[in-house]
Ligand binder design. Sequence first.
Ligand code: SAM
Length: 247
Amino acid sequence: MGTLPDGAVSEADASSKVRQMFTQIAPRYDLLNHVLSLQLDRMWRARTTRRLAPILNRPDALVLDLCCGTGDLALALARHGPARVIGADFAHPMLLRAREKSARQSAATGQAPLHFLEADALCLPFADGSFDAVTTAFGFRNLANYQDGLLEIRRVLKPGGQIAVLEFTEPPDTLLGRSYRWYFREVLPRIGGVLSGDSAAYKYLPQSVSRFLRPEELSALMRAAGYRDVQHAAWTFSTVCLHVGVK
Ligand SMILES: C[S@@+](CC[C@H](N)C(=O)[O-])C[C@H]1O[C@@H](n2cnc3c(N)ncnc32)[C@H](O)[C@@H]1O
């Protein structure tokens, strides 16, 4: 059970298609992110950061932001501080942008720049029990195998460590939900296609959300993968959802 971009015939193929797609859209990713979410992405990341405040307030804590893309969540977590934050992603051009932003943030705040490294979320280059928290924003849905992703995150978490998965979800079938679906399926792929020059990537976005686990299903999968105290909160008319749990 994992993402399946059009034409993918295996998990390895799905993963490679996802990587290619994010490599290609990296130069316009931030612009599109803020435009297409009507800037709400900033608020969702800020809320996620607040939810992790007890860990971020500890100077000894180490946090991994997985599928970090251009680094916005990792940088928000680090601004909260004093915990140390590392970002990881498998699309190199995304990481280059994350490093540039971190250098700018560092120059403005005097904080050390963050480490961003290239890694596949399904095979992380970290020892067991390395992190106090692992976050992932709008990345988990793209994994070729969700169960393996949860198990790999669990492996690198310390006992008692926290997972936080922020993802899009399909809103209920109300008038508002239907309007949102129309925007997400009809309008967003067109704007995304024009601005990024990659219409396939912005067709993939609504497809991957509609194929993704419902919040209750993801909670159940997290429990089955060995997390306790699993909770989820739906935001912005149930279009995004934050799942948390403890190893
Ligand atoms: C929609 S972007 C989200 C980026 C960022 N977290 C944000 O909130 O803007 C999804 C990111 O997940 C990364 N990704 C997807 N599958 C991955 C995997 N198996 N390993 C590492 N990164 C992955 C992509 O390269 C992409 O940068």
